[in-house]
Design a protein around this ligand. Structure first.
Ligand code: SAH
Length: 344
């Protein structure tokens, strides 16, 4: 056998089967899970209600650890953590302090292959998918580091979650499991750039997990220019898939729309977007673009954002303007990792 497995890489069912296969009892899984998730104990020897035999089995066959926090950037509204993984790859996650509690934005891959023209994460390309232990590990290590309970999770960090679908499904089961991370499905949101077949699969899971879609353009002409994924799945196909998700789950879908000066922020664009979403169980989140030094793109000015907002409102579309929380923090999406990988 190669390296010992990390026990955070198991769902409850997987750990139960593993223990049974090795001659232990199903209920031992929940005993261990309580130490891992409730007490955040990283030493098998201190799991005092387990038998000596089980403790030595765990010591010999498993490891228990989460990624290491190597850098923290703090601001009033958000903290950004740079984490080091076992193989020395780095990822980041962002903790936001909302009036309704702590929300953690987690990464799903090291880098990203989607190649959106405005996004830092894609600039460095995908290195690999995150394992379950690393998805879970972000939540455990930040809540342990800050000694807080995290109330909601958004998968909106580096990577395309639906390009790592199998682990995201397992992550969902760990997040919503009352014995494990224990965050209600309504407090978990997955954001995708629009991998249409996976939207259908996600809908068919019929969980109450929220879906957000990075639309960023009201028509194919613009979307083709800024998002490579639109060459594979056109807006009409994305909208059809969202209708299906809504029909299956009756959950409101979030439409993310970054505001890029002169590209997607005209009055015409606002009207087109309004026609796309009006009357549907959808709401639009306008995101002031967070400028980076590597792209020419500019953030729309506040007047433009406000008038875009007003047009959507006039069509009775539910719309909000995202508070900029990470702006002064090497900000959103991949920027901290990109800076570190390139020696700043
Ligand atoms: N791949 C997924 C999730 C990660 S990106 C997705 O595409 O949804 C999370 C969100 O941040 C996406 O809406 C993305 O388009 C947006 N984003 C990327 N770079 C940004 C930037 N510089 N400023 C503002 N939002 C950005």
């Amino acid at each position: 056998m190669g390296e010992n497995m990390n026990i955070y890489d198991f769902t409850q069912e997987e750990l139960e089967s593993f223990l049974i296969e090795n001659g232990y009892k199903k209920f031992n899984a929940l005993q261990i899970i309580d130490w891992m998730y409730d007490k955040k104990e990283y030493d098998f020897n201190k799991m005092t209600n387990l038998s000596k035999k089980l403790i030595s089995f765990l010591n010999e066959n498993m490891i228990i650890k989460t990624p290491e926090v190597i850098k923290v950037e703090k601001s009033d509204l958000a903290n950004k953590y740079l984490l080091r993984l076992e193989d020395n790859n780095k990822i980041e996650c962002v903790l936001m302090n909302h009036d309704y509690g702590y929300s953690l934005c987690v990464s799903s891959q090291v880098g990203c292959n989607m190649g959106c023209s405005f996004c830092e994460s894609g600039r460095l390309k995908k290195v690999r998918d995150l394992k379950l232990e690393e998805l879970v590990g972000q939540v455990i290590c930040v809540s342990k580091y800050e000694n807080i309970r995290i109330d909601s999770i958004v998968v909106m960090g580096i990577g395309e979650p639906f390009d790592n679908f199998n682990n995201i499904k397992r992550f969902i089961s760990v997040v919503i499991n009352p014995k494990m991370i224990n965050i209600g499905q309504r407090h978990l949101t997955i954001s995708t750039c629009g991998l249409v077949p996976k939207i259908y699969e996600f809908a068919d899971m019929e969980t109450g997990v929220n879906l957000a879609i990075s639309l960023h353009a009201p028509n194919n002409e613009i979307r083709d220019k800024i998002m490579k994924i639109n060459h594979a799945y056109k807006i009409e196909k994305v909208m059809e898939a969202l209708d299906y998700y809504i029909s299956k789950t009756n959950r409101r879908v979030t439409i993310e729309y970054i505001m890029l000066e002169g590209i997607n922020d005209s009055d015409e664009c606002a009207k087109e977007l309004a026609n796309l979403v009006k009357g549907k169980l959808m709401y639009v989140n306008l995101i002031p673009y967070n400028e980076t030094t590597h792209f020419e793109l500019k953030r729309s000015n506040d007047f433009k954002i406000k008038s875009f907002y007003d047009i959507l409102k006039s069509y009775n579309v539910n719309v909000t303007i995202r508070k900029e929380m990470g702006g002064n923090l090497s900000a959103a999406c991949g920027q901290l990792r990109a800076n570190v990988e390139e020696g700043e």
